[in-house]
Design a protein around this ligand. Sequence first.
Ligand SMILES: *[C@@H]1O[C@H](CO)[C@@H](O)[C@H](O)[C@H]1NC(C)=O
Ligand SMILES: *[C@@H]1O[C@H](CO)[C@@H](O)[C@H](O)[C@H]1NC(C)=O
Length: 463
Amino acid sequence: MHTLAWKAMVMAAALLQLCSSRELESNLSLQDKITKLPGQPQVSFQQFSGYITVDDRKQRALFYYFAEAELDPYTKPLVLWLNGGPGCSSVGVGAFSENGPFRPSGQVLVRNEFSWNKEANMLYLETPAGVGFSYATDSSYYDGVDDKMTARDNLVFLLRWFTKFPQYKDRDLYITGESYAGHYVPQLAELMVLFNKKKNVFNLKGIALGNPVLEFSTDFNSRAEFFWSHGLISDSTYRIFTYACNYSRYVSEYYRGSLSPVCARVMGQVTRETSRFVDKYDVTLDVCISSVLSQSKVLSPQQVPEHIDVCVEDETVNYLNRKDVQDAMHARLTGVPKWSVCSSVLEYELLNLEIPTISVVGSLVRSGIPVLVYSGDQDSVIPLTGSRTLVQRLAKELKLKTTVPYRVWFEDKQVGGWTQVYGDILTFATIRGASHEAPFSQPERSLVLFRAFLQGRPLPETF
Ligand SMILES: *[C@@H]1O[C@H](CO)[C@@H](O)[C@H](O)[C@H]1NC(C)=O
Ligand SMILES: *[C@@H]1O[C@H](CO)[C@@H](O)[C@H](O)[C@H]1NC(C)=O
């Protein structure tokens, strides 16, 4: 009796202490919680956004937007999404134009039925500092930001983000992204693997790369054939774009400020034939006329197909520049007059383009991390043919046997693209009819691909 009472008292005290420490321990994520985005329809999932300081002098902070999974966020994985550029915004492009839960339309937000937060908790990061709402208070930081600095900041971001969201620390983690994120993602994953050797923090389960820059010359020189085979350039232009000056040489000269007359002439001809009224990121999609030449919208109002809003980027720019939206997202403009899709202040070290990251991908595969490389097949900027060659070459180098031979995959009853898997760990897939920004132009097919990736399963073979 005596001991029982004593036990009860101890228990009550322990409980009390537990409760009060719970209350005292401030829930850090709460201050970043979004009550409601202006114009947003009612949803059941939680959203957060705000800043994480990434340097010790508190001069650099990265902005994120986090949309929890629509259902069962506690059991679903955590997925980081990064856009490329370098210097373009994952919030503006990724979240609000591609695979996030909403897309801006006039004054309101409409639901994206194929949002990736159907499958995962989606974290969008504006990186490096100088992109979107992310900033450095000392603007000299922006001169010559490179891949190494970006990867380091991204790593620190995640470590500190986990102190705000401790419930996600042990969750399965995937890193995804597109374009120049073919540098960001493998480089960040590599740092995580290294970090884990000292202290096992990151539960990294896989990476996915969409139309990624992985190896400068293979990726860039596949453009000529893509243009030619899609009828964007003539036979004779294809010849000089291959033999007189190829694209990797042009870019390499251009960024070194030493453009040769022959390359200038070749590119002049290529540009004339391909025309600026064709979107290089999707050679079949109508261009968003307003962003090229705003008067033309009045002249050809029927040019925009109804099912896809090709001007969604303009809508995003308007939306994210609204004061009420910035307030709701806990965002502020630091050192820039407005939010823009791609940074106007960042002077990224562009020669980093030439650093091959396919070898980094190889070392990740070697350490057991599944990799998916996928290509929107209408993109001429990083064409599928270059990516496919690189993946195939890597598989050979790693002596990975084909475990799923090149075949079609299905979304609903249609072919969603083609896929091949090597050693059950390295996957290549195309998304049929998709642009450089695949989830923007083929949201349904992209979601099927994303689901298969998270489940670690080959893409659907039948319907
Ligand atoms: C902190 O608050 C968020 C938002 O309401 C909630 O989802 C999360 O579970 C809370 N975490 C803890 C540890 O209470
Ligand atoms: C591209 O041009 C450079 C310089 O002329 C050359 O070294 C390289 O082999 C070319 N690449 C391809 C794929 O033709």
